[in-house]
Design a protein around this ligand. Structure first.
Ligand SMILES: NC(=O)c1ccc[n+]([C@@H]2O[C@H](COP(=O)([O-])OP(=O)(O)OC[C@H]3O[C@@H](n4cnc5c(N)ncnc54)[C@H](O)[C@@H]3O)[C@@H](O)[C@H]2O)c1
Length: 344
């Protein structure tokens, strides 16, 4: 698969690293109007383009990864889809749900796959967690609790879109991954309530939020999220996804069932030693999985989709449904109401 990269920033470099280390995949050019693109292209032996449309015309790649600021995802992805080229679009799929729907419609009507970069689903820990839940070992899923605590440096907010409402903020940048993880493990979210705060940094975008989820199965979930907390209890600081971040070996998610509970990403299965009631002691049994990079796994899956061997695990429609949940959370935080999530 000859795959092009659009957007040579932080996550774009992670994708190129995966491309350069994955057999059967080569880099078919880098598009970025700024010098970052020229540097990355030179480093990886690819041709640099300042505009993705010039790249499409010159390279006719088999596939493309779009890793640009959120508001560019849909217009750029549409250019590829209209040229018949499958795309992996970084999360969130779009800056707005209407735009997301436009991309889903174009992808489905033309039969050109769109994948969304919710890479956690490809992490071996998530694959195992999904298997454990599907096996019924936890019994009926009752509740989930999650934390996303980490501290972003002050200069992160020097990048204008990181502090722009509708583009930045920990809800749009980070919470969307949490939504995808919970939907993947527990099922469809039907309603949410939420509070948000920007008290720590005083920016126009939130730094902290508390969210409650209702799932179609009747399960409930809660999540506290903040990018201003000095603490390790977030997927990013525990799962070892990226060499940029230390992995601390603590849990970020607890999935509670009637028979047992599971921690993620630590994969501890907690069960009573005898009768399943509160006076019986419990012990964790740790599950082990072989390590592999979720970005590399995601890329291999993308290649399988492009060659017709697989259906997208995180399709445009899935990405749009994550955004629908996120929109409901934003509305809930603004109004104080419990907000129903409409299926895309
Ligand atoms: N999956 C993940 O874990 C993950 C992690 C980080 C970021 N992201 C997502 O990836 C996207 C990019 O985030 P980032 O942190 O890499 O941002 P970034 O600011 O580091 O990089 C964005 C890049 O896009 C380039 N760009 C701007 N306009 C362009 C255009 N018209 N054509 C081509 N390139 C253009 C910029 O020059 C820059 O190099 C965002 O949507 C973000 O939400 C996903």
């Amino acid at each position: 698969m000859r795959v092009a990269l659009v957007g040579a920033g932080a996550i774009g470099r992670t994708h190129v690293d995966a491309v350069l280390h994955t057999g059967g995949v080569t880099l078919a050019g880098v598009a970025d109007p700024f010098d970052a693109g020229a540097h990355l292209a030179a480093q990886s032996g690819a041709v640099h383009y300042r505009d993705h449309r010039a790249l499409i015309d010159a390279e006719r790649p088999d596939a493309a990864i779009i890793a640009t600021p959120n508001e560019l995802h849909v217009p750029q992805a549409l250019d590829f889809v209209e040229a018949g080229i499958p795309v992996l679009v970084e999360k969130p799929i779009a800056g707005s749900l209407d735009e997301a729907r436009r991309l889903v419609a174009a992808s489905e009507s033309r039969g050109v796959p769109v994948l969304v970069g919710h890479h956690r689903r490809y992490h071996p820990v998530m694959v195992r967690a999904k298997e454990i839940i599907a096996s019924g070992e936890l019994g009926r899923i009752v509740a989930a609790s999650a934390t996303y605590f980490l501290a972003k440096p002050d200069d992160y907010f020097d990048i204008p879109w990181h502090r722009t409402p509708g583009a930045g903020g920990t809800f749009l940048i980070n919470l969307i991954h949490e939504i995808d993880l919970l939907r993947h493990l527990i099922g469809e979210v039907t309603a949410v309530s939420a509070m948000s705060s920007s008290a720590v940094r005083g920016l126009d975008v939130e730094d902290t939020g508390a969210v409650s989820f209702a799932f179609a199965s009747g399960a409930l979930g809660s999540l506290v999220i903040s990018d201003a907390v000095a603490g390790p209890w977030s997927w990013d600081l525990t799962a070892g996804d990226s060499p940029r971040f230390p992995a601390h070996g603590v849990e970020s998610h607890r999935i509670g069932g009637t028979e047992a509970s599971l921690t993620v990403p630590t994969l501890e299965l907690w069960r009573h030693d005898g009768p399943r009631e509160w006076t019986t002691e419990m012990h964790p049994v740790r599950q082990h999985v072989a390590a592999s990079s979720p970005y590399a796994e995601q890329l291999r899956h993308f290649a399988d989709v492009v060659s017709g061997r697989a259906e997208p695990l995180v399709s445009g429609r899935e990405g749009a449904q994550n955004l629908a949940v996120l929109d409901a959370i934003v509305t809930a935080a603004q109004t104080g109401a419990t907000v129903e999530v409409i299926p895309v």
